[in-house]
Design a protein around this ligand. Structure first.
Ligand code: SF4
Length: 389
C-alpha cells in the first residue's frame, strides 16, 4: 500500500499498482482541469519510483537521407518537393562524410530518417536510388546502417511504414527503430483533418507496422503528436493502444510525446501550438497509464520550460545533436548538451547518455551488436560519461 492517500480513488489505485480503466483515466483528466496537483504528484512519485533521479538522452547525428514523401500531413514541414531548397537526397559520399563527422563529435546514434516510400511517387527518388546503386529506399537504409556500424555509430531508423521483411533486415544492424503512432483516431484521417492525405497514418496501417516490430522483437520507439486537433479521448485511446502493444510484445522501449508547433509553409500554419498546461497533463497521464515506460519530450520544442516536465513524469530528452539540425522542426534548434545537463541538475536530476536502445532491452538485439556497444558502455548499459561529455 502506498503511504500517501489522495482524494482520487483512481490515483490511489495507480499508486497501489492496480489497473485503472479508460473511464478512470478520463475522470482523472477531468478532475485535473480543476486542480492538477494530485495527478502531478502521482506522476512524480511513479517517475521517481521507476526511474530514480536519472534523465537520459541520446547524442545523435540526424541523417536526412531523403525527404521526398508520398504522403502529405497537414503539419509537416519536413517533406520537400523536387526543386525546393530544402530537398535532401543524400549520396553515399555525403552519408560517409557525416558519419565521420559524427564520430569526431562523439555522437553515439546515427538517426536515419526518410519520407514515406518516396520512390513510389517521385521519379527523382527512383533516379537517386539508381545513381547510388539501389532499387529501394530500404535497401539504401540497410547499406547506410552497415556503414554506420563499421564506423562506430549505432543506427536507429525512422523511415515510416516499412514492411516486415525490410524491418527484419534492418534489425541486423539497427539497435532500435522508430515509428510514431501519432494518434489512433480515424477521425483525424477524415477530409480536412491532418492525416487525410497520408495513407501511411491510417491507424490500421500504423498499428500493423508496430505489431510487426513486436513480432520481430525490435526495441521500438513510438509516440503521439499532441495538439493537432485531437480530443482527450483520442489521446487516451492512443496511449492505451501503445500500452496494449507493449503488454502483448514487450518491445516498446519508449514513448515520445511531441507537442505540435505550427510551421509557416504548412496547411496548419495558423493553428495554435499545443497548450503547455494541456501538454503537461498528457505527460502526467502517460506516466500513470504506463508507470514503467520511458517517456520522452523533445527539449527543443519547449525551449523555455523543458526542465519543468521532469517533475510531471518524463525521464528522457530523446536525441540531441551537436552538429545537425532537427529537420522535422528546423526552427527549433537543439539546446546545447551542457545546458540540458545544467538545467537537469538544477531540477534535481542527473543527465546520462544512452544508446538509441535503452539498457533494459539489450537482450532483444544480436550478440554481435551487444558486443559492439561494449566499447563505449558503462556498467549500467549506458554510454560512458567520458565518451559523450
Ligand atoms: S509527417 Fe512523415 S508521412 Fe507525413 S508528410 Fe511528413 S514525411 Fe510524409
Amino acid at each position: 500500500m502506498s503511504e500517501l492517500v489522495l482524494n482520487s480513488e483512481s490515483l490511489n489505485n495507480v499508486l497501489d499498482n492496480r489497473e485503472i480503466s479508460r473511464e478512470n483515466i478520463l475522470e482523472i483528466y477531468q478532475n485535473s482541469q480543476k486542480d492538477p496537483n494530485e495527478l502531478f504528484t502521482t506522476s512524480q512519485i511513479l517517475r521517481k519510483k521507476y526511474k530514480g533521479n536519472i534523465v537520459t538522452f541520446s547524442k545523435k547525428a540526424f541523417f536526412n537521407i531523403v525527404n521526398l514523401c508520398r504522403d502529405s500531413c497537414s503539419y509537416c514541414t519536413y517533406k520537400a518537393e523536387p526543386g525546393e531548397e530544402k530537398l535532401s537526397l543524400m549520396s553515399k559520399q555525403q552519408i560517409i562524410e557525416l558519419l565521420d563527422m559524427a564520430k569526431k563529435y562523439r555522437c553515439v546514434e546515427a538517426l536515419f530518417v526518410t519520407g514515406e516510400q518516396p520512390e513510389q511517387r517521385y521519379h527523382e527518388a527512383r533516379e537517386w536510388l539508381k545513381e547510388n546503386g539501389f532499387s529501394s529506399t530500404s535497401e539504401y537504409l540497410i547499406y547506410a546502417s552497415e556503414i554506420a556500424l563499421e564506423k562506430g555509430l549505432f543506427p536507429h531508423t525512422n523511415a515510416g511504414n516499412l514492411n516486415f521483411d525490410e524491418m527484419k533486415e534492418l534489425k541486423k544492424t539497427n539497435v532500435s527503430m522508430g515509428l510514431m503512432l501519432e494518434n489512433i483516431s480515424e477521425r483525424l484521417t477524415e477530409n480536412g483533418m491532418p492525416h487525410h492525405l497520408a495513407s501511411s497514418k491510417r491507424p490500421k496501417a500504423r498499428l500493423e507496422i508496430l505489431e510487426n516490430s513486436g513480432r520481430l522483437h525490435i526495441p521500438m520507439t513510438t509516440g503521439i503528436l499532441v495538439g493537432i486537433g485531437e480530443t482527450i479521448e483520442e489521446i487516451i485511446d492512443s496511449l492505451l493502444v501503445i500500452k496494449q502493444l507493449h503488454q502483448k510484445y514487450g518491445n516498446i522501449q519508449e514513448v515520445i510525446l511531441q507537442n505540435f508547433q505550427p510551421k509557416e509553409d504548412t496547411r496548419m500554419k495558423n493553428e495554435p501550438s499545443a497548450d503547455e498546461k494541456y501538454f503537461k497533463t498528457i505527460v502526467a497521464l502517460s506516466r500513470i497509464i504506463m508507470p514503467e515506460m520511458n517517456i520522452q519530450i523533445p527539449p527543443n520544442l519547449s525551449p523555455d520550460s523543458y526542465q519543468s516536465f521532469l517533475s510531471v513524469g518524463i525521464n528522457d530528452w530523446g536525441g540531441i545533436s551537436p552538429l545537425t539540425p532537427d529537420f522535422v522542426n528546423p526552427e527549433f534548434a537543439w539546446p546545447q548538451i551542457s545546458s540540458v545537463d545544467e538545467n537537469s541538475k538544477n531540477a534535481g536530476f542527473d543527465l546520462k547518455g544512452r544508446f538509441p536502445i535503452y539498457p533494459e532491452f539489450s537482450s532483444f538485439i544480436s550478440k554481435d551488436l551487444q558486443e559492439k556497444m561494449k566499447e563505449i558502455q558503462d556498467e549500467d548499459g549506458l554510454v560512458k560519461e567520458e565518451y559523450w561529455r
